[in-house]
Each structure stands twice: as C-alpha cells, then as structure tokens.
Ligand binder design. Sequence first.
Ligand SMILES: [Zn+2]
Ligand SMILES: [Zn+2]
Length: 331
Amino acid sequence: MRALILEQPGSVRLQETAVPEPGPGDVLLRVRAATTCGTDLKAYLRGHPQIPMPGTFGHEYSGEVAAVGAGAPFREGDAVMGVHSAPCKTCRWCLRGQENLCETIMATKVLGSYAEYLLVPARIAKLHLFHKPSGLSFERAALLEPLACVLQGLSLLRLRPEDRVLVIGPGAIGLLFVAALRYTGVGEVTLAGRNENRLAVGQQLGAKIEAFDPKSPALRGFDYVIECTGAVEVWERSLDFVVRGGTVVLFGGCRVGTTACFDTRRVHYDQITILSPFHFGTEAVLRARDWLLDPRFEVGPLISGKRSLDEGAQVFEDLRTGQGIKFVFEP
Ligand SMILES: [Zn+2]
Ligand SMILES: [Zn+2]
C-alpha cells in the first residue's frame, strides 16, 4: 500500500509499505478520508514528542472496514469513524475520571492515516471506533478526533450565556473552538490572528474578527481566553486579555523545553484561572460524535479541499505557508 512517511521535519515522502494484518480484535480500514491537523504541521515544522520520525503519520480518519481480526466488533464493508487513542479504563487516572491522562493512552495510540490502509488496534476498535451513518460524509466524520480535543477542553469551562470569549490563533483548532462555541450559544466569540484568509473563515463561522495586536484595546476584558497557537509569547500575553476572575485556556502545546513567565500579581490578586487541557477521554469522543451527527453544527468552512497522497509534500508546504486550514487526503 502507499503511505506518507514523515522522514524528518520538512520532509514528507510517499512510500510503498506492507498492508498490516489484523490480529485478534483489530480492524483494518480502507481509509476514505484523512484530514490534516495542526499537530502534524507542528511535527513537520519542528518535530513533535508524540510523533516518531521517520514514520507514518496522520491520526484523523474515517473509512471502510477491509478486514477484521477474531472477535472484532465490525464486519467487512462497514463504514466507520474513530479516533486514534483509547484509555485503558483501569489505571489510576482512568479510575478518577481523567482518561485523557491515562498512563498508556499515548503509548498505545495509532498513527498512519495518510495511507491506503490503517490498522486500528483492538483497544481502540472496541472503545473509540463507531459505525458511520450514511448521512454523514467521510470528510466530516474524520473530524471526530480534533473535535473530541476541543470538547474535552470546553468540558472544563462553565460558560455563561453572556460570556465573551477570545480565541487566539485561527488554525484548525482555533476555528473548531469558534464553531463549537457558536454551537453552544455563548454570548460573543472573538477570533484574533494574523492570517486574513483564516480569519475570514472564522467570520463565516460567526466570530468577530480582530488582528492579533497584543496592545489593542479590542483585546481586553474577556471572560475566557483560549490560546490556540502553541507559541510561548502568546501563552504569556494571554493573561493580558482576560478579565479579573476570568479563565485562560492554554490549548496549543509549545515546543519541548519551553518555559513561560506570568505576572504573579495578575494571577493571584485578579484570581486568574489557568488551564491547559490535553487530549481527550471517552466522554468527549461520544459528545463529538453526537455533534457531528447534527447538521446544525457547522464545520464545512474548515475543509480546504481534497488531495491525493501524491500531493503529500505539497500539502504540508501549503500549510506551512499559511494556505488552507484542513486538507482531506482521499487515499
Ligand atoms: Zn488532530
Ligand atoms: Zn488508563
């Protein structure tokens, strides 16, 4: 089969590899849609602690079951959607309701959806692989993983109808936050960033748009600030934009080894809550699935076009230069 390999930062190559064989409980998928993600772009730009190189990559997918191992809960030909990880449900973190921090969730995740076939291991197939209804497109179904991340983050907030929320960074995750916040019906959503094309998509999704100028009075007094850039300078500035008693959500993971500085007076005397949610558990995945099944939840503008695996290297160059938001590989 053909698969995209991330050889090292800046280098993506299409390679012929063996089609994996499903073991007991595993599900082999014929990938129908695999969407690009900010995590993949980060790995392409600077490496990523969770994405080994050289290796296959891509973790957002939907597809059709091509083969199953003994006891797998699907049949050949089933249309399915899923995510690339599943909690163990038995470790200390799983048992206390922090499945996103499960001690083996990262070690057992699967990468490699930018390929003709993807082997979904038994643990994930059992918990986080679902039948895809025929009314849901493969490309929309592939958004299950990033939406689960966003909904895990939102589950930590107690949003009030009158709240003003600032999302910083109009990448795929920032825009998905805009879509999700609009869907929940929060008072006002402002999206700040530098890429005008991406900001325009945010506007289409119902956000107020602001150029990201940390000194701008338009970027003051928000109840919630959701940072989606993964740039440490933006992490540090995010506290300037939140109201007294408000919450800053530092969502974009920074480069390994980064340290950030905050004004302690602001954090303490203005009682700023700082959250930095990571990944997701089963509850967020199930909620994300429900939302994708609801046509009123608008995410169409996030998809920037369909590409073939042959265009892999070009797709990541396009993303690097700020073109497009999420491309869909149709292997
Ligand atoms: Zn993703
Ligand atoms: Zn666990």
